[in-house]
Each structure stands twice: as structure tokens, then as C-alpha cells.
Design a protein around this ligand. Structure first.
Ligand code: NAI
Length: 339
């Protein structure tokens, strides 16, 4: 019996994500919340012949509290997406976009802290490097923060890396089985694909230029979509797929399946050893990082270290750290010392 909840369920990501969660046979109840349209989305999905009972809520009459009651897994794609020309959410229209999304995530996290403090929380709303610390700070204020239960969804970077590597290998049918750890964070240069650890090695004759182009494509893959959509939003369908994949893995792990792991952006104190080995590898005392995380019944079971890196990958990790540290601090300060 798993109750999954989507906050922002009527949006570009929210609707296809809710569809994919409705198709997951392990979910028995699906709660949809948004400031608009959730009754319609819920009515539509409720006709699909899968087990989940679907109910849609709006803000009046304590809708947020009602949708969150008894929630096991809460996925948050609420917010506003970026537009063409806004290459990284944090850099342009910084104040507007960041403050809007940060405020939305803060308010939803407050609802979770009071109505579903034990739920597993999956944050999709950007900038993930900052919105995850925002959720953590809100939960801390309410005395209910469990780092093992909070995840920044970076799966789209992993999905893109698998697809682009399969393309380079000339066989898209491989994309489902290609596994590339993508570590660091979830925007631009903080996205670090560890291509040397790909389950399917890159062609030996790949030139340095081709390698660098591939890294850049994974880091800035979202721009391709924003540009192609030409004002109609950012990645929604691929993000919904990625979010549903991560949610499905977590639901299998909390249900007792062994050997489930995925890259995700987590608070390093979730690791039984406090993530000390990873911090030592990074040479930096970061509180959050995305790396391969082993999942279990309590959420995070173990946070893996990076393992052996090429010189190019070491340079990418080094380049990611300053921006990541700033993004994390921006999130923490938004709650700790709001301006
Ligand atoms: P959208 O604008 O299509 O949908 C957002 C939805 O959130 C709307 O239905 C809106 O009504 C709802 N919403 C706004 N305020 C709310 C509140 N207080 N409570 C509940 N719902 C609320 O945007 P889209 O394209 O679905 O993107 C959503 C977020 O996901 C953005 O922050 C975007 O940057 C982020 N994103 C994250 C990715 C990732 O890889 N983690 C990839 C792509 C986008």
C-alpha cells in the first residue's frame, strides 16, 4: 500500500508524471495537488485501469493538508519553468525565478512538515541545488528533518547521459541499459557525468573534442529543449519519465527490494558515516552532493564515494564545487535569514 502525492500535478511535468505514477502498479493511492485544474486531471486519470485511487485537491478547504495525509512519497514539480535565453535558472531573472520557486517550495515543505513529516520527499522544482536545502531547513525548523528521506531528483541528467552515450555507440536500443553515474549537482557545470564509469565504454577513438561536446550536452541538455519549445516551457515529458523512474526505484526499495541504487542529490549526513569518505574525496566540507546512493526501507542506506576518476573528471568535479557551495548556501539562507 503506497500513497504517492504530486504537488504541482496540473503542470507541464506534473500531468505526465501523474500519468506515469498512475501506471505504476505498486501505487495504491495517488493524491494530486495544484493551485489549478487538479479535479480535472484526477477525473481523467481515475479512468485508467490500474490500482491507484486518484483524488485531486485545490488549496481551499485545507486541500494541501488533505492530500498529504498518510502520504508515503511526495513528489514536488510545482513552480515556474525557465524561458529561452535563461540558460541557468540561478543566473538570469535570478531574483524573480528563484524567489518564486523558493517560496512555493518553502510553503509546500511547511505543509509536509506538519501533515506528512515521515514522507519521502522528491524535489523536482528548480534550482534543485537550492530547493533541496530549502526543504531541509523548513523540516529542521519543525524538528522533523530526516536526511534519509529527502532527495533532489537529478535523474533527468542520468537519463540524458544514457541516451546520448547510446547515440554515440550507434544503438539507441542500448539506452535503457547504459548506466552512467552523474554526480555533483543539477545545473550547468555542477552536473558531472562520470563517463569513464559508464556501463558501456565510450568508443576508444572518441576525440577530446567529442568527449567535451558530450559532457557539455549532458550538462546543458535542458537548453536544447527550452530552445526547441521556443517559449512554451522547459523539459516536461523527459522530466516526467525521469521523475517516475526515480520514484519507482524508491518505492521498490522502501518495499524491501535489495540492491536498488540511483544518483540523487542528498544531504550527506544521511550516510551512516556522515558522508566523510565522500567529503574527503572532494576535499570540501559540502553538506549536499549528488552521487550514487544505495536505497533501502528507510530511504538513503549508503552514499557511495566517487571511485576512480580520470583527470578530466577530477577537473569537472573541482569546477562544480564553488557553484554548488553557493547554490546550497542560497537555499539555506532563504530560510535561515530571509531578506
Ligand atoms: P509548469 O508551469 O508547467 O507547472 C508548474 C505547476 O506548478 C503549475 O501547474 C502551477 O499551477 C503549479 N504551482 C505553482 N504554484 C504552486 C503551489 N504553490 N502549489 C502547488 N502547485 C503550484 O512548469 P513545469 O514545466 O512543470 O516545471 C515545474 C518545475 O520543475 C520548474 O521549477 C522547473 O524548473 C522544474 N524542472 C526541473 C527539472 C529537473 O530535472 N529537476 C527539469 C525540468 C524542469
Amino acid at each position: 500500500m503506497v500513497k504517492a502525492v504530486v504537488l504541482g500535478a496540473a503542470g507541464g511535468i506534473g500531468q505526465p508524471l501523474s500519468l506515469l505514477l498512475k501506471a505504476n502498479p505498486l501505487i495504491t493511492e495517488l493524491g494530486l495537488f495544484d493551485i489549478v485544474n487538479t479535479p480535472g486531471v484526477a477525473a481523467d486519470l481515475s479512468h485508467i485501469s490500474t490500482p491507484a485511487k486518484v483524488v485531486g485537491y485545490l488549496p481551499p478547504d485545507d486541500g494541501l493538508k488533505k492530500v498529504l495525509t498518510n502520504a508515503d512519497v511526495v513528489v514536488i514539480p510545482a513552480g515556474v519553468p525557465r524561458k529561452p535565453g535563461e540558460l541557468i535558472v540561478m543566473v538570469t531573472r535570478r531574483d524573480d525565478l528563484f524567489k518564486i520557486n523558493a517560496g512555493i517550495v518553502r510553503d509546500l515543505a511547511t505543509g509536509i512538515a506538519t501533515a506528512a513529516p515521515k514522507a519521502f520527499i522528491l524535489v523536482i522544482s528548480n534550482p534543485v541545488n537550492s530547493t533541496v536545502p530549502i526543504v531541509a531547513e523548513v523540516l529542521k525548523k519543525h524538528g522533523v528533518f530526516d536526511p534519509k528521506r529527502l532527495f533532489g531528483v537529478t535523474t533527468l541528467d542520468v537519463v540524458r547521459a544514457s541516451t546520448f552515450v547510446a547515440e554515440i555507440l550507434g544503438d539507441l536500443s542500448l539506452s535503457k541499459s547504459v548506466a552512467v553515474p552523474v554526480v555533483g549537482g543539477h545545473s550547468g557545470v555542477t552536473i558531472v557525468p562520470l563517463l569513464s564509469q559508464s556501463s558501456h565504454p565510450l568508443p576508444a577513438n572518441l576525440t577530446t573534442d567529442q568527449y567535451e561536446a558530450l559532457v557539455k550536452r549532458i550538462q546543458f541538455g535542458g537548453d536544447e529543449v527550452v530552445k526547441a519549445k521556443d517559449g512554451a516551457g522547459s523539459a516536461t515529458l523527459s522530466m516526467a519519465y525521469a521523475g517516475a523512474e526515480f520514484a519507482a526505484k524508491l518505492i521498490r526499495a522502501i518495499g524491501g527490494e535489495k540492491g536498488v541504487s540511483a544518483p540523487t542529490f542528498v544531504n550527506l549526513s544521511a550516510d551512516p558515516s556522515g558522508g566523510e569518505a565522500l567529503k574527503k574525496e572532494l576535499g570540501q566540507d559540502l553538506d549536499y552532493f549528488s552521487t550514487v546512493v544505495e536505497l533501502g526501507p528507510e530511504g538513503v542506506a549508503k552514499i557511495n564515494t566517487l571511485g576512480s576518476l580520470t583527470d578530466a573528471e577530477t577537473a569537472l568535479v573541482k569546477a562544480a564545487i564553488p557553484e554548488l557551495a553557493t547554490n546550497i548556501q542560497t537555499g539555506v539562507s532563504f530560510i535561515a535569514s530571509p531578506k
